[in-house]
Design a protein. Structure first.
Length: 430
């Protein structure tokens, strides 16, 4: 299989051209022949115009690639090595929603042939690939797992907005359903991953490795969020405490904040779901998730309390929120916890809230959350909330904030980047 791919006698099909799939497809297409498939016609048309729907890649990233884009499943029938990179979200009950993954698996199963490989990159609970996806492949293709086709798992590690830790510079975990497939999958990914690969002993180990990466980060941030609540009651700044503590070599320097997005705020629920199936209640993970999921509401309550103490009435308050995406310098609004802050503020009767963001799509924000993006400032504002540290917001002089601020306004610096820089306004951070 590897030799056929390198010789361009066998094509790689990447199923799902989102923020994970498109960069992978393009990297492979610089080495071998690729078909990029996505069910969304409009997304495919954008990509054909060398436009990244996720706004992560420049048009130059599309140059010099042997790749065909399609939304027609029949166009991937001739491929031999399938890479599935679709979202794995949670539902309203915080349980895994495997419908996008299983939908893509049905699509691949219908075109699967003897000798083909299928590698999944979507984050799942340990066991999902073999327990949920393989039966679908067998049913749709009429083929037998391992004897007729091979399956692997190689979790995605792309960090949106990160220009330093890119796809090719992050070590890749790979795995296969047997030693032969493990070796083939590893060699194929080594075509593009400059940092090298780590071959896990099994698919389950690779699945578990990915799920704990984000769960560990989630728990560390939850600890810092809880500390910020405690330190707020003590009247001390959390970031000053972290700065002092981090002078010790083995202190883990995490920071408080809003934990959203489609990874850290979602993946731990996949692990707790599987643990519950096995009869174990994952108490620490659940508690960490509760703390992080409640931070938006906590933040809003503290803001309202501080404004009321300034004799400002909620019905007359006007607030500006800078940033609406789930993290800095990305356009993705999925699972943005900034929305929690805004909704909680509205629950107090504050309806004059201007939301601004240089990356977010106004149409997507309206469709997903019913929120309007403000095109211009219409102060004066009783509170300015720097919710997301987009580059455009990280070096604004205090005089610029004062121009849009009402008398005795509150400046809320969620990530603490303006500490010691705001002198004339009432300053508060987590």
């Amino acid at each position: 299989m590897y030799e056929q791919i390198v010789a361009k006698e066998a094509k790689i099909a990447v199923v799902g051209l989102g923020y994970v799939g498109l960069p992978i497809a393009l990297e492979f297409a610089r080495k071998v022949s690729v078909v990029g498939f996505d069910i969304k016609d409009d997304r495919v048309e954008m990509i054909k115009r060398k436009e990244d729907p996720s706004r992560e890649l420049p048009s130059s990233a599309f140059e010099g690639c042997d790749i065909t884009y399609t939304s027609n499943p029949e166009d991937i029938r001739d491929a031999r090595f399938y890479i599935v990179t679709v979202p794995t979200p949670i539902n309203e009950h915080n349980e895994p929603d495997l419908s996008p993954l299983l939908g893509a698996t049905h699509t691949v199963g219908k075109v699967l042939k003897k000798g083909d490989y299928v590698v999944f990159e979507s984050t799942v609970f340990p066991g999902a690939t073999e327990e949920e996806c393989v039966p679908v492949l067998e049913k749709e293709s009429g083929l037998q797992f391992i004897r007729d086709f091979k399956v692997g798992f190689s979790p995605e590690r792309i960090n949106p907005g990160d220009k330093q830790h890119t796809l090719v510079s992050i070590k890749k975990v790979t795995s296969g359903c047997d030693q032969e497939s493990a070796d083939v999958v590893s060699k194929v990914y080594q075509l593009i991953i400059q940092a090298g690969v780590h071959q896990a002993s099994s698919i389950k180990v690779a699945e578990a490795a990915k799920i704990i990466e984000n769960t560990q980060r989630d728990l560390n941030i939850a600890f810092m969020n809880e500390l910020s609540i405690i330190f707020n009651r003590m009247g001390i700044n959390t970031y000053e405490v972290i700065e002092a503590a981090s002078t010790k070599w083995n202190f883990l320097k995490f920071f408080p904040g809003l934990v959203g997005g489609h990874c850290i705020g979602v993946d731990p629920y996949y692990l707790t779901y599987k643990a519950r199936e096995l009869g174990y209640h994952a108490q620490i993970i659940h508690t960490g998730r509760y703390v992080n999921d409640s931070m938006g509401r906590y933040l809003a309550k503290q803001i309202v309390k501080k404004l009321i103490n300034k004799d400002k009435h909620p019905r007359q308050m006007k607030i500006q929120v800078l940033g609406a995406t789930f993290k800095e310098n990305v356009s993705d609004i999925r699972n943005s916890r900034v929305v929690d802050v805004i909704e909680e503020l509205k629950s107090y009767g504050i309806d004059k809230i201007d939301v601004m963001d240089p990356y977010a799509s106004a149409a997507e924000l309206k469709k997903e959350y019913g929120l309007e993006l403000s095109e211009k400032e219409e102060g004066p504002y009783d509170a300015i909330i720097l919710a997301v540290n987009h580059t455009q917001y990280t070096d604004i002089p205090e005089e610029e904030f004062l121009k849009r601020a009402a008398d005795d306004a509150l400046f809320v610096d969620v990530k603490g980047i303006y500490r010691d820089k705001i002198q004339q306004m009432d300053y508060w951070s987590l």
